[in-house]
Ligand binder design. Structure first.
Ligand SMILES: Cc1ncc(COP(=O)(O)O)c(C=O)c1O
Ligand SMILES: N[C@@H](CCCC[NH3+])C(=O)O
Length: 419
């Protein structure tokens, strides 16, 4: 069920008319639906109900807003973090340290230490070098770090090249054919409790087949490690499940994913861990924007909106499609280019898009903006950071203040030796 729907000709977020939020909070503004987040969290969990005690860690990078994390913490979700900042947020939102997994190729010394101090559940080590560094820090602190080794299975996830992470040329994980040697060596370190294998081959996967291939390779590795005398009690299968960005688009459902995981892992005898991001948050959010003006173009009008590539980077970065529609559609359609105000041609949300007829001051939304939306914002062109709102039934709250361009400037200094 879609919690962003037209009622009497006006788009609502749950039971709140979007013009009310625009009036109160201004635009552009991200709007998240609590009911959608909860529903997605439960659908994903239910999809894994055939597994014994799966551990689900929301990929904080997809949407690190504290209120969003709290909703998921309340659903029993842990967190997959990739920086000290994300770790701090996950804890602040109420996630338990033992439910937190720390991934990432470039965890700094300070971040490894922070993870140990907080007592997080697992480090996903991405290189031999990182493993030895973590071991040394843990030894010094008199601790043992629970670890999984992230492997790079050299599988083409068949997604956008910039968000594919499991090809051998990608920077993530250790090559599969070196994994046994590295795991065995790290298992001999006092500071480490090598307990599992981790994998994540990419994001926005439209097909389960690459995942199944990659998981099959993990299964073989686990068997080889055990045959070699290593202990393996955990396997972290990452995230990656894609979501529909276009109305009517069909993607594998969590239930199909769960059934595939169950089939492939049935003999593994491990605790399975998951790191879903987009599938939980993507369709739980929209970016509400106001039309600044409609500029006559050569062949098509340019609808210039007050959101830009600094607020929602995905179209500029990956050529990504986000459905775009009027908040109060007249029923009339036209073909337009949808652009932001930033001084880059890349600040284009859509070219030649059939969409609702819009005029200056009209409101419109970009859909499927709840994951990798606000979190990827910048202040390019000295624009501020967009506000975020969480809706719950007929109530809503600003869960991230708009940060004005002036506030960002306040952090800058002109040294007096320039005078
Ligand atoms: C290590 C890791 N885990 C989980 C995720 C979440 O991926 P997704 O949002 O596609 O589920 C990512 C991002 O792709 C990631 O890099
Ligand atoms: N930022 C990407 C996803 C990256 C996933 C990170 N591992 C996107 O918007 O689609």
């Amino acid at each position: 069920m879609d919690h962003f729907q037209l009622r009497d000709g006006v788009l609502y977020a749950e039971d709140v008319p979007m013009p009310v939020i625009a009036e109160d909070v201004g635009t552009p503004v991200y709007i998240y639906s609590r009911a959608t987040l909860v529903r997605h969290a439960r659908v994903f969990r239910d999809a894994l109900s055939g597994l014994k005690h799966p551990h689900i860690a929301f990929a904080v990078k997809a949407n690190p807003n504290l209120a969003v994390l709290r909703v998921l913490a309340n659903e029993g979700y842990g967190a997959d973090v990739v920086s000290g900042g994300e770790l701090t947020r996950a804890l602040a939102a109420g996630m338990k340290p033992e439910d937190i997994v720390f991934s990432g190729v470039g965890k700094t010394h300070a971040e490894l230490q922070q993870g140990l101090e907080e007592g997080i559940g697992q480090f996903n080590i991405e290189s031999e070098e990182e493993g030895y560094e973590l071991a040394a820090i843990a030894r010094r602190m008199g601790k043992r770090a629970a670890c999984a080794l992230r492997v790079n299975p050299d599988v083409d996830a068949r997604t956008h090249e910039k968000i594919s992470t499991g090809k051998r040329e990608n920077k993530f994980g250790v090559p599969l054919d070196k994994a046994q040697e590295i795991y065995t060596a790290l298992a001999g370190e006092d500071g480490l409790d090598m307990r599992g294998i981790a994998i994540h081959i990419g994001s926005q996967l439209a097909d389960l087949e690459p995942l199944e291939t990659a998981f099959g390779k993990v299964g073989e590795l686990i068997a080889a490690l055990r045959a070699g005398g290593c202990t393996v009690t955990h396997a972290d299968l990452g995230g990656g499940l894609g979501v529909p960005y276009k109305a009517g688009e069909e993607l594998p459902q969590p239930a199909e994913y769960g059934a595939m995981v169950e089939r492939v892992t049935k003999d593994w005898d491990v605790t399975l861990m998951f790191e879903p991001g987009r599938v939980i948050a993507g369709n739980a959010g929209v970016l509400l924007t106001r039309v600044i003006r409609v500029k006559r173009g050569i062949e098509r009008p340019f609808v210039v909106v007050d959101a830009a590539m600094n607020d929602l980077a995905r179209p500029a970065m990956y050529g990504a499609w986000h459905d775009f529609e009027a908040v109060e559609p007249t029923g009339e359609k036209t073909i337009s280019h949808i652009v932001g105000p930033i001084c880059e041609t890349g600040d284009t949300f859509a070219m030649d898009r059939e969409c609702d007829v819009l005029t200056a001051d009209d409101l419109a939304v970009f859909r499927t903006a709840g994951a990798y939306g606000a979190t990827m914002a910048s202040s390019y062109n000295s624009r501020g950071f967009v506000a975020e709102v969480l809706v719950d039934g007929d109530k809503y709250a600003v869960v991230a203040d708009r940060i004005a361009a002036g506030a960002i400037m306040d952090a800058e200094r002109v040294p007096d030796w320039l005078d």
